[in-house]
Design a protein around this ligand. Structure first.
Ligand code: AHM
Ligand code: MG
Length: 335
């Protein structure tokens, strides 16, 4: 254990190897990681927060009982607001972006996050997570503008997530490799446990909400049928797994191999998931791990959001599977 690698040490090593050689970037990532540790602790007490919440509007300390996604959002904003290298934040929980207190004029970075992904699973003790991404902003010396956030995912400097499951893990990439860390609650540190995560080239899992089947395009139905019919060698042993927390479904598929889809459908022609907070960061990670991400026709990382909360269809996982999905849409018809 003498030479275990903590997340901070790892970030520093990676930052030295690549473009982001400043201490600023290391401090920023470390703060995001710290925020996820605090959220992890709150998540592990979720049942107690609910119990206390039911007894009244205030807890034993006399504080207002907040929903966990609000707590996570406030935690990230609170920790990042004080960093001079961060100019502004965009959160899935906020209507507008938030210039920071310390870095609004001269901060070089913009941070986007989904503070607690998988909100419907919070109250039932099922894995949830936090997703984040970091952009460099085009110009410093002025307050951030909406336009600064509307960049393609290919411009991301880093992306990652924390997943609050049987253990808490932190996974991130700066584009070259994807590394995973497990939180040792005794030490209070993320320790490197999954170095250089590569997506296995096998389709062990397919993840989709099949209750939307009637709304899917003929192409989406054809793809899901061909996978679950198990006729082709690649899909002989594929199994269906759907948690309903994107970050948890994604994490499992990254380790086992597979494809996740939340496609366009007749009720939601733009899909459900958000380009800025969910699709872009996970697309950066999957590509760095050897996989692919598409909206059904185009590479996710090439898409430019037209607003902070732009939604996008997402097909993400093995390259062969994402290409197959796209081919099915062409052959059988898209939305
Ligand atoms: P959230 O960010 O509010 O939690 O919503 C996004 C979630 C994803 O985590 C998940 O993949 C999807 O919504 C599940 O949607 P559905 O319940 O329609 O299957
Ligand atoms: Mg989400």
């Amino acid at each position: 254990m003498a030479d275990f690698i903590t997340l901070s040490r790892h970030i520093l090593q990676r930052a030295r190897q690549h473009r982001e050689a400043t201490g600023d970037f290391t401090i920023l990532l470390s703060h995001i990681a710290t925020a996820t540790k605090v959220v992890s602790r709150q998540v592990s007490r979720a049942g107690l927060i609910n119990v206390l919440g039911k007894t009244g509007e205030t807890n034993v300390q006399g504080e207002e009982v907040q929903k966990l996604d609000v707590i996570a959002n406030d935690m990230l904003i609170g920790l990042l607001d004080d960093l001079p290298m961060v100019a502004a934040l965009a959160s899935e929980e906020e209507d507008d972006f938030l210039p920071t207190r310390a870095g609004r004029l001269n901060g070089r970075y913009l941070v986007c996050f989904d503070p607690l992904d998988g909100s419907t699973n919070i109250d039932v003790n099922v894995t949830i997570g936090t997703i984040f991404s970091i952009f460099r902003r085009p110009e410093v010396g002025r307050e951030a503008r909406l336009q600064d956030f509307l960049q393609p995912g290919s411009a991301l400097v880093a992306a990652g997530y924390a997943v609050y499951g049987s253990s808490t893990m932190f996974v991130y990439t700066t584009g070259q490799a994807v590394d995973g860390f497990t939180l040792d609650p005794g030490v209070g540190e993320y320790l490197l446990s999954h170095p250089d995560m590569r997506l296995p080239d096998r389709a062990k899992c397919i993840s989709a909400n099949v209750s939307n089947r009637a709304l899917w395009s003929p192409g989406t139905r054809a793809f899901v049928d061909l996978v679950t019919d198990h006729a082709e060698p690649r899909y002989k042993k594929t199994t269906t797994r759907y948690i309903g927390s994107l970050v948890a479904d994604f994490h499992r598929n990254l380790i086992y191999g597979g494809v996740f889809l939340y496609p366009a459908d007749s009720a939601s022609p733009n899909g459900k998931l958000r380009l800025l907070y969910e699709a872009q960061p996970l697309a950066m990670i999957i590509e760095a791990a050897g996989g692919a991400a598409s909206d059904g026709r185009r590479r996710i990382l090439d898409l430019v959001p037209d607003g902070l909360h732009t939604r996008v269809p997402l097909i993400i996982g093995g390259k062969a599977d994402v290409e197959r999905f796209e081919a099915c849409e062409v052959e059988h018809g898209g939305t």
